[in-house]
Design a binder for this molecule. Structure first.
Ligand code: SF4
Ligand code: SF4
Length: 303
């Protein structure tokens, strides 16, 4: 058994802004809603979303012997997250100007696990960041980190939605588990729905990935889609930058999430003149590298 208080202190020590804990169990309500979303065809070309659905919503199937899920969040909100001026081209989602969060968060989670082992030496763990088959937003909501906004992302009243999530699944019980946040939410606000340039936000707080710029600029398999990109070349921040919670949120505190490139460095004109090697040297530590030079340049040419 580990104390909730110890987990909070250690998570803050390694650089997370928020932490919550839930039991490693099936989350049926979210599971059913996801199945309906898949049946409606909204996953489009993102076929990986259709794999391991049972495990995604029941972490005990994913990690044998698991007892608890420690859900952590850290803000990456920077001045670039506040949006671009009208008519800007070669826009990049602000998280992609930073070091690849998969690497940074994984390292933070492993540091947290190591620290926890000094309190429970027998503890076994697995850490997950985004790409693994775990319904992290749903577990985060259950762990009291925020609510699911109309744009389908987790929103926290203090830190907004520009946060990365990471989970540590452990085989140890915790003395006190969290419950979902109550009494706050989107209310009557619909700014993200109204601001989405492609009308991709559905009424049931999910996204039509066929029309979402974030998906269409990053996923390789649909590079020829004719969905308008509205100046974005990698990702899209529109539904988040208009959110009042992001406008009032503090900038990120963890220096590991300081931007390492600027949008100007990979502007449309620069992309036309730079070589693939130069692009790789520039973007090598950022999430943009995974999309690849040709894809990013093709996106820029569509704008
Ligand atoms: S990321 Fe952009 S395109 Fe996708 S839902 Fe948000 S505003 Fe719409
Ligand atoms: S913009 Fe408004 S509706 Fe959308 S997530 Fe933020 S608070 Fe909710």
């Amino acid at each position: 058994m580990i104390s909730r208080k110890v987990i909070t202190n250690l998570a803050h020590d390694v650089g997370f802004d928020l932490v919550g804990v839930v039991r490693a169990e099936h989350i049926a309500e979210e599971h059913n809603r996801f199945k309906e979303w898949l049946l409606a065809g909204n996953s489009s070309t993102l076929s990986y979303l259709e794999r391991n659905v049972e495990k995604r919503f029941d972490v005990s199937l994913l990690v044998e012997g698991s007892r608890s899920v420690v859900v952590c969040a850290v803000s990456y909100l920077s001045p670039y997250s506040r949006g671009y001026t009208e008519g800007a081209t070669a826009k990049i989602a602000s998280y992609a100007l930073n070091r690849d969060y998969h690497i940074t968060i994984k390292s933070m989670l492993e540091q947290l696990a190591l620290a926890l082992k000094s309190y429970a030496p027998e503890l076994r763990h697995r850490s997950f960041v985004d790409s693994a088959p775990i319904a992290e937003k749903s577990y985060a909501r259950r762990a009291g980190l925020g609510w699911i906004g109309r744009q389908s992302l987790l929103v926290n009243p203090t830190f907004g939605s520009m946060m990365h999530l990471g989970e540590l699944v452990i085989d140890v019980d915790i003395d006190e588990y969290d419950t979902p946040m109550e009494g706050i939410g989107c209310g009557s606000c619909r700014r993200c729905v109204e601001a989405c340039p492609n009308g991709a936000i559905l009424e049931n707080r999910t996204i039509d990935t066929r029309r979402c710029i974030s998906c269409r600029t990053i996923e390789r398999e649909d590079a020829n889609s004719d969905v308008p990109l509205h100046g974005w070349i990698f990702g899209c921040d529109v539904c988040q930058s208009v959110c009042p919670f992001n406008q009032h949120a503090p900038l990120h505190r963890n220096q590991q999430f300081d931007p390492i490139i600027t949008p100007e460095m990979v502007g449309a004109e620069s992309l036309e003149t730079m070589s693939e090697e130069e692009f790789k040297a520039l973007a090598k530590d950022t999430p943009m590298l995974r999309a690849g030079f040709e894809r990013i340049r093709a996106n820029a040419r569509k704008n």
